[in-house]
Design a protein around this ligand. Structure first.
Ligand SMILES: Cc1ncc(COP(=O)(O)O)c(C=O)c1O
Length: 382
């Protein structure tokens, strides 16, 4: 039985550095806000972790606000911007392929009379419709733009660095959900946004820990009140153990040479499938993508059938974003790429990790090829 994990966009295994640091952090039980010695020890751990996250993200330590993860960071960025702005109606420009934590917050803001415009993505490659975006900047004049740095389902990247170049001229604040881009792209491509969402468990840190980067001078009304923690930007006693694990995971975050190796392994996997199987389609295959993600449609094969067969082989993949699995409706991201609902249910996401070997990828490719050929030939003979 294999044990190959190809679902790193859903979550990643805890790295040794994070595990060890969290064990040590369990003995540091003081409250970081207390003035006595146990409190100072806890505060030291908090600040060390803040420095590690800041260094990995290429920002200043005081720009890091710890949260319970990427979803909270997204919610804080959007609600906090809305509440701190005096502009009404508040205008928000976003895309149709964002993570559900952005989509649901946007829906709430709509109910609060914010005006929302959605930029579509190019079909079928998933890139941001640049002309539409430029037109909307001029016509709609958004107060806030929220666009993800990398899509969790297809891996396709939006040009956040180019967009941040336009922020001053068009006077908008920029938020980016960099949860999937962090640790898979250089920070310089997304860290010039005013607000940046990060999550620890996508970079081999613990679940329930993340951060919103709030660039210096940018203000947000908090979504959590009740204390002066995080310089009054997020009230509540900090999750010190989770934060310690996040900081430790940041100390071993991959560098650019690893991204290139990850892309090589991923591209090899896709090439083997394309060479050996007809009617296989890679979503965003020619677009700028994070280096670990392949979203693939196998014509005529229901995703849950292939997913189940691979699971029996000991290979873990995903049929969409983990947050929407269990629901039978096709992924909103794939529908936005122009796929008919029945075709959107023929897709699997393979998301490799930084330690995935070519041998593992070769094993998965062989298993996929065998299953697809078997299922297709059985169908042909009935
Ligand atoms: C793009 C993106 N944003 C946000 C999140 C939410 O992060 P968290 O699980 O830390 O709340 C996820 C998680 O799947 C994600 O992929």
């Amino acid at each position: 039985m294999n044990n190959i994990y190809a679902d790193h966009n859903a979550t990643t295994p805890l790295c040794r550095e994070a595990t060890e640091k969290m064990h040590k952090a369990m003995e540091i039980w003081g409250n970081p806000s207390s003035a006595h010695r146990p409190g100072r020890l806890a505060n030291q751990l908090l600040n060390d972790s803040r420095e590690s996250v800041a260094q990995a993200a290429g920002v200043e330590p005081l720009e890091v606000v710890f949260t319970s993860g990427g979803s909270e960071a997204n919610t804080l960025a959007l609600l906090g911007s809305f509440w701190s702005s005096t502009e009404r109606p508040f205008r928000l420009l976003t895309s149709r392929v964002e993570h559900s934590s952005v989509r649901d917050t946007v829906a709430f803001l709509q109910s609060q009379k914010a005006e929302i415009q959605f930029i579509t993505v190019e079909r079928p490659n998933g890139e941001l419709c640049w002309n539409e975006f430029i037109t909307q900047l001029a016509d709609f004049k958004p107060h806030l733009v929220s666009l993800m740095a990398a899509n969790n389902e297809t891996g396709v990247c939006f040009p956040i660095d180019q967009i941040s170049n336009l922020a001053k001229e068009h006077q908008f604040l920029l938020h980016t959900d960099a949860v999937q881009a962090f640790g898979k792209t250089p920070p310089s491509v997304w860290n010039r946004a005013d607000f940046v969402s990060l999550s620890a468990h996508k970079i081999h840190g613990p679940k329930g820990s993340g951060a919103l980067i709030i660039r210096s001078g940018k203000k947000l009304v908090p979504t959590h009140f009740g204390g002066a923690q995080e310089i009054k930007r997020r009230g509540g006693t900090e999750n010190l153990i989770g934060i310690a694990g996040f900081g430790a995971a940041c100390t071993v975050i991959p560098q650019e040479s690893t991204f290139a190796e990850m892309a090589r392994v991923r591209d090899h996997f896709e090439k083997v499938l394309l060479d050996r199987l007809p009617q296989v389609f890679i979503h965003g295959g020619k677009s700028p993508r994070i280096p670990n993600t392949s979203n693939i449609r196998f014509e005529g094969i229901a995703s849950e059938v292939l997913l189940g067969a691979l699971d029996m082989d000991g290979v873990s993949v995903s049929a969409g974003s983990a947050c929407s699995s269990g629901s039978i409706s096709p992924s909103h991201v794939l529908l936005e790429l122009g796929l008919e609902p029945n075709l959107a249910k023929q897709c699997l996401r393979f998301s490799w990790g930084r330690t995935t070997s070519q041998a593992e990828v070769d094993t998965v490719a062989e298993l996929v090829i065998n299953h697809v050929q078997r299922i297709r030939s059985r169908r042909a003979s009935t």
